[in-house]
Design a binder for this molecule. Structure first.
Ligand code: URP
Ligand code: ZN
Ligand code: ZN
Length: 472
């Protein structure tokens, strides 16, 4: 199918230009000045479909490099499958996800990856890749890291939190970093001091502090900043590139900033929840309501002024990416596992559908530029995780993953009529966005068209990723 998107404003990190975009099959074939013809042909009459994008932005499809479909956690599983989660992502203008395959202690890394392939294959509405969680660093899993790089899994997540579950000690982290340093892959780190947190949690519970808000109060910013510093020091020691996930504490990002300024290969992401939601307004809601906002790292106190600082770090590129850490759990029977004990509440918030809109609101609010929006949500994730220029850019030869975004539209998110994630609630209830995803094209196929869903399960393909473009 040939599609001509005409009269739109094409946005990239370099700037915004008025241009027409021609798609042939799965690829973009030309970007032209508005109305220009190619080789003398009249494209408008030849294209099988013409989309008028007058007054709208034409952007590369969103890339969410941090999702957890069907993640086993706390005795249950994240409630979105690859089918429901990728469909919801498409609705919201995200055309690629990178999910986390899981290896737990005692299991083979390769088996964990195979299990994730089995969950995703034939079920995805958009393209997908995998990072690998290494929950049990030993000689076999270190060898497996080399193997996986050749299969397009070029990043590995380690946990300094969750002792007894995904946790790695410093020696294990050091060894995994040495392996990454040698094979060119990226270490992704959940940077929280899990041992200290476990003591604080036990003490809180012993004092009868069982409400959801204690989830945040037992994971104070110091536990994130300390672990961030430790991870950076171990990365420096080994030469491994490091990407810190879901950063929420301004003090942790300040540590990252210092290391970046010294020229170290360290990067960080944050997520919409840390930019908009808080301990006071959400996690502290009466009764057990706050459980909806239990995630790790935790929502932080508004009084500590993290949010303005995180937006600033997004502007200065000390934070490079906004992902969602999409990890949805229903309130009934899943979040409710933690009634009477906040430490048993499954950790995670569902946002895969809303990231593009929520971060666009940052453009409207004057926090970031239009071009930075595209860079944070699409271009840098592609470059960071070995997908560029197949993804993350509107250019001849790139996959035709395109979103037509209407800045004069409006999106009421969190209301049941507009959310498609497999959850019985929304963490984003009553958020209204000054913008709207009008059309979503995934590899040349229109999957969302003016509030109508046209995508199909099985359209999404596995992406073998290359090495990060940010590594020296
Ligand atoms: O709360 C979170 N983040 N749940 C998902 C697991 C993780 O640590 O990313
Ligand atoms: Zn994590
Ligand atoms: Zn995560």
């Amino acid at each position: 199918m040939t599609i001509l998107i005409k009269n739109g404003n094409v946005v990239s990190p370099q700037g915004t230009i008025a241009a027409d975009v021609l798609i042939d099959g799965e690829r973009i074939v030309a970007i032209m000045a508005p109305g220009e013809t190619r080789l003398g042909s009249n494209l408008e009459s030849e294209a099988e479909r013409v989309i008028d994008a007058s007054g709208k932005y034409v952007i590369p499809g969103g890339i969410d490099p941090h999702t957890h479909m069907e993640l086993p956690f706390g005795g249950t599983f994240a409630s979105d499958t690859f089918e429901t989660g990728t469909r919801a992502a498409a609705w919201g203008g995200t055309t690629t996800i990178i999910d986390f395959a899981v290896q737990v202690q005692g299991a083979r890394v390769q088996d964990g990856l195979a299990a994730w392939h089995a969950k995703a294959a034939g079920n995805c509405h958009i393209d997908y890749g995998f990072h690998q969680i290494v929950g049990g660093v030993d000689d076999d899993s270190l060898k497996a890291m080399d193997e996986l790089v050749n299969e397009g899994v070029t990043s590995f997540k380690l946990f300094m939190a969750y002792p007894g579950v995904f946790y790695s000690d410093d020696g294990q982290i050091l060894k995994a970093m040495q392996t990454a340093s040698a094979n060119g892959s990226m270490i992704m780190m959940h940077a929280e001091n899990g041992m200290a947190i476990d003591v604080l949690v036990a003490q809180a519970l012993a004092e009868g502090k069982t409400d959801p808000r204690y989830h945040s109060l037992t994971r104070p910013w110091e536990t994130e900043a300390e672990a961030t510093n430790r991870a950076i020091m171990l990365a420096r020691l080994t030469g491994a590139p490091l990407y810190i996930v879901h950063m929420s504490a301004k003090q942790a990002v300040a540590v990252l900033q210092g290391a970046k300024d010294e020229g170290w290969n360290v990067f960080g992401e944050t997520c919409p929840q840390y930019l908009y939601l808080s301990l006071e307004d959400h996690l502290s809601q009466p009764g057990f309501e706050g459980a909806k906002w239990v995630c790790s790292t935790p929502l932080r106190a508004k009084a500590e002024h993290h949010q303005d600082e995180l937006w600033r770090y997004l502007r200065t590129n000390d934070l490079s990416i906004v992902s969602t850490d999409h990890c949805p759990f229903c309130f009934k029977e899943q979040k409710e596992l933690g009634v009477g004990n906040f430490s048993k509440i499954p950790n995670g918030i569902g946002s895969v559908e809303h990231r593009m809109d929520l971060i666009y609101q940052g453009v409207v609010d004057g926090r970031i530029t239009l071009e930075r929006w595209v860079e944070l949500c699409s271009t840098t994730p592609a470059r960071m995780f070995g997908l560029y220029p197949q993804k993350g850019v509107i250019a001849p030869g790139s996959d035709a993953d395109i979103v037509i975004y209407d800045p004069s539209g409006r999106t009421e998110i969190g209301l049941n009529k507009t959310h498609h994630m497999n959850m019985d609630h929304s963490a984003w209830k009553n958020f209204d966005i000054d913008g709207h995803v009008d059309t979503v094209i995934s590899r040349g196929t229109v999957v969302v068209d003016d509030n109508e869903y046209l995508g199909t399960k099985g359209h999404g393909r596995y992406l073998r990723r290359g090495l990060s473009q940010y590594l020296i």
